[in-house]
Design a protein around this ligand. Structure first.
Ligand SMILES: Nc1ncnc2c1ncn2[C@@H]1O[C@H](COP(=O)(O)OP(=O)(O)O)[C@@H](O)[C@H]1O
Ligand SMILES: [Mg+2]
Length: 309
């Protein structure tokens, strides 16, 4: 989808910008000592804050591109430690909603919005928040895996740390790399080739590398926009299993077109719909199992049973 590609490029160019503008965070990893095993106790320095489980809440969110309103009055609580799935036909505003949540929507010149987004009660559009803090606390993974292909696996994982603006020692970086790759379910497959380029991994591995990169800065929320739609079934299953573990450390919001996936990975589900040129809205929200087994709205019933979309 063009929109997702654009978003991917935005993310990539942001990272590139960070690489150009911000100071380097220490010597490269080429001469690093062997990395610690995941279970090896080591220094647990709080490199970046905010690793606890967080609640994200949208209140009355509307969004426009120019005069075209694509979302209207969307309110949604994305629970701490839960996976919330956003489902609905193409074009109903799911990706736009995700980008409103971490302030990427405003990167589009014609874009505007109304409403509030609260992370643990604090309005991310409020004065107290710097843009880079919002994007660090609310990470994002896109449809198409977008690692830096020529950059090593190790450097890919730590590339986002530059956004935190802090200097990080080699030892701490090593720990972050191990922790992030373990959490992303990739450590066992790459532990012996951390210096090799990220572009050499399979598509599914690249997507988990992107998840590891997002986790390296210890986000409070992870947004995933159709993270498996470019992947084969085996890679998809691995990522779904990874999400089951991950939700214990980070609140997850996932957009998916795959109803089975929504049922497998999420505890809560929101059904978005934009009917006949109207802006997207949430038709139904609730416990995922209940939404699939006994939806309250006829349109939800038709959608989850594959009658449209
Ligand atoms: N950058 C953009 N500029 C203008 N319109 C856009 C842009 N991105 C998305 N849209 C429009 O916003 C609406 C919602 O799109 P999107 O959020 O991508 O929906 P979904 O993710 O549910 O498929 C669509 O009508 C789409 O054409
Ligand atoms: Mg989309």
């Amino acid at each position: 989808m063009a929109t997702d590609d654009a978003a991917t490029q935005i993310a990539a160019s942001e990272d590139e910008m960070a690489t150009r503008v911000l100071p380097a965070v220490g010597p490269g990893p080429e001469t690093a000592a062997p990395l610690p095993e995941p279970d090896t106790p080591g220094p647990r320095q709080p490199v970046v804050s905010g690793g606890g489980l967080s609640l994200l809440e949208a209140r009355g969110v509307s969004a426009w591109f120019g005069s075209h309103r694509v979302l209207e009055g969307v309110s949604l609580v994305m629970g701490a430690g839960e996976v919330t799935a956003l489902i609905g036909p193409s074009g109903c505003g799911k990706s736009t909603f995700l980008r409103v949540l971490n302030r990427m929507h405003e990167l589009v010149p014609s874009a505007s919005l109304a409403g509030e987004v609260l992370l643990d009660g604090g309005d991310v559009y409020g004065r107290g928040w710097r843009l880079q803090d919002v994007r660090r606390d609310i990470g994002m993974v896109f449809q198409k895996p977008n690692p830096f292909p020529a950059m090593s696996i190790y450097d890919n994982v730590v590339s986002g740390l530059r956004l935190t603006g802090r200097r990080v020692s080699r030892d701490v970086k090593d720990e972050i790399v191990v922790r992030s790759l373990v959490s992303a379910g990739l450590w066992g497959e790459v532990r012996d080739r951390l210096r090799q380029p990220g572009g050499g991994l399979s598509g599914g591995q690249q997507q988990r590398l992107c998840i590891a990169r997002a986790l390296a800065v210890r986000p409070r929320v992870l947004l995933m926009d159709e993270p498996c739609s470019a992947l084969d079934p085996t890679s998809t299953r691995v990522i779904e299993e990874t999400m089951g573990q991950l939700r214990r450390e980070v609140t997850i919001v996932i957009v998916t077109h795959n109803m089975q996936q929504a049922a497998r990975v999420s505890q809560r589900c929101a059904f978005f719909l934009a009917s006949q040129g109207m802006p997207g809205q949430i038709v139904e929200y609730g416990d995922t199992d209940a939404m699939f087994s006994e939806p309250q709205d006829e349109r939800t019933f038709d959608y989850v049973n594959g009658r449209f979309g």
